[in-house]
Design a protein around this ligand. Structure first.
Ligand code: HEM
Length: 492
């Protein structure tokens, strides 16, 4: 009997030890890990940013946690992030392939670009997108023209609210979405278009699920993946959107003129024809997810930055007025602003960069993974380890900014009032996977902000109470919904 009990305990102990996730030798340190659960229960599933900050204080700039049974390394601060993303760029440029988001977007084998793993297929597709976006920037109907066309709609929405208050959420979301739709499908959608409403709703719901507790549980416990749990809704939404986009693509194939592309989809179809059977990774299957990737990556990010921007500009009226003075002076006699004008607007440039810094729109970047066994800050990290790049830790890092914890454009101005960009300005990340839409996003933010500030004055409504600057955590950070009062202004 005694022997049986000892044996039983021995077996239980052995099984628990086998289940316990262990840190490999010389792996970054971190909090104690529970069998199977890892550190999942120690993190706030609603918003882990505060937990990550707390863990950095205990374990340093490079530490590890376990999401269920899987280890992940969290990288904090300019020094460690630069070493990983820039110095050891290719070692850290992979993307995990076994997460909820991969399954929802069925990315294995036909990923667009965001979730594609590091390798020739990702490289070819990234190069193609950069080249196509650059070509759209040139000539007639350039990217600037497209953005200005869309701004006209934003202006007419605002004009309907002169001397009244309005909610800018839908307006900015639609502006960002339409600019990218123009690039992808050569068309825009009225703000109440039924089709765009379905797409936006599916995206919004999926962003919430992907960033919520159910996705974390899905990633942690593979056994629950086939159960009818709330994450199943995300698969349905993805299918709806995919069917809609496939319909656009079918339509494009019927109406296109080969060699005379109207938009990104036409460019891809031309490229497919050009390549024929050259064994490249270009395939018709990928257009849909590729287009969705760009739409998804370019919409919430830009619109949440604009929303945060106007929230601050209303509550720091002296900053808004100083921008307007500089804009009036530089654009005097000009019909509209061009992206080149930014070089003559150091203060506006500083304000837009400061807005991006405090917006911290993509706080944990997109998850990376190591492509081979490597080292970081003296620790060993095996191939295939998930890497979480904590951009928040850089955008408010003490020692990197004159005013790390307050909204202050002086963070981007030198003693002579010239615009300067500190190396810790990394809202687009860094290295080979740096945001592919950085150029487009910067152009959008500049042209939209300058045009609107030139024409309107934005006021925090008297009855709105104290502003709440704390953002809501999601795939992207967004400010809590607010209203703004709009007045027409005459440029001085
Ligand atoms: C203010 C606006 C934006 C911010 C803050 C932002 C930020 C980011 C960040 C942090 C990443 C992850 C980089 C990494 O994994 O290291 C990323 C990736 C990406 N972004 Fe953006 N983004 C913005 C706008 C856009 C726009 C307008 C587009 C559309 C063209 C876009 C397309 C992409 C794509 C395709 C990737 C994946 C790149 C790759 O994996 O190679 N982004 N972005």
């Amino acid at each position: 009997m005694f022997l049986s009990v000892v044996l039983l305990w021995f077996c239980v102990g052995f099984i628990v030890l086998q289940l316990k996730s262990r840190r490999p030798k010389n792996f970054p340190p971190g909090p104690p890990v529970l069998p199977l659960l890892g550190n999942t229960l120690q993190l706030s599933l609603e918003n882990p940013l505060k937990d990550f900050e707390r863990l950095r204080k205990s374990y340093g700039d490079v530490y590890s946690i376990f999401i269920g049974p899987k280890p992940a390394v969290i990288i904090n601060g300019v020094k460690a992030i630069k070493e990983a993303m820039v110095t050891k760029a290719s070692d850290f440029a992979g993307r995990p392939q076994d997460l909820f988001v991969n399954d929802v977007t069925k990315s294995k084998g036909k990923a667009g670009v965001i979730l594609a793993d590091y390798g020739s297929s990702w490289r070819e597709h990234r190069r193609f997108a950069l080249m196509t976006l650059r070509n759209f920037g040139l000539g007639k109907n350039s990217m600037e023209d497209r953005i200005h066309k869309e701004i006209k709609y934003t202006i007419s929405t605002l004009e309907k609210s002169i001397d009244k208050t309005m909610s800018p959420q839908v307006m900015f979301h639609n502006a960002a979405s339409n600019i990218i739709c123009q690039v992808l499908f050569a068309r825009r959608y009225e703000y109440d278009n039924a089709l765009i409403k379905v797409i936006v709703q599916c995206f919004t719901e999926n962003s919430k699920i992907a960033n919520g507790p159910w996705a974390m549980l899905y990633d942690s416990f593979p056994l629950i993946r086939y159960l009818p749990l709330p994450f199943m809704k995300a698969f349905k939404n993805a299918e709806t959107v995919e069917n809609l986009v496939n319909e656009f693509i079918r339509e494009h194939k019927k109406t296109r003129v080969p060699g005379d592309p109207r938009d990104f989809v036409d460019c891809y179809l031309d490229e497919l024809e050009k390549r024929g059977d050259d064994g490249s990774s270009f395939s018709e299957d990928r257009i849909c997810l590729y287009a969705l990737d760009l739409h998804f990556a370019g919409t919430d990010t830009t619109s949440n930055t604009l929303l945060t921007g106007f929230l601050y500009l209303m509550n720091y009226p002296h900053v808004q007025e100083r921008c307007q003075r500089e804009i009036d002076q530089v654009l005097e006699g000009k019909d509209r602003v061009s992206f080149e004008d930014r070089h003559n607007m150091p203060y506006v440039q500083a304000v837009i960069h400061e807005i991006q810094r405090v917006s911290n729109t993509v706080p944990l970047s997109v998850f990376h993974c190591t492509t081979k066994d490597t080292e970081l800050m003296g620790y060993s990290i095996p191939k295939g380890t998930m890497i979480i790049e904590n951009l928040t830790s850089v955008l408010n890092e003490e020692g990197q900014w004159k005013f790390p914890h307050e909204f202050n454009p002086e963070n981007f101005l030198d003693d002579k009032g010239e615009f300067v960009k500190p190396e810790a300005f990394m809202p687009f990340s860094a290295g080979p996977r740096v945001c592919l839409g950085e150029g487009l996003a910067r152009m959008e933010l500049f042209l939209i902000m300058v045009t609107l500030l030139r024409k309107f004055k934005f006021i925090w409504p008297e009855d709105a109470g104290e502003p709440d600057f704390t953002p809501v955590y999601g795939v992207t950070l967004s400010p809590k919904p607010y209203r703004m009062k709009v007045q027409l202004r005459t440029p001085q």
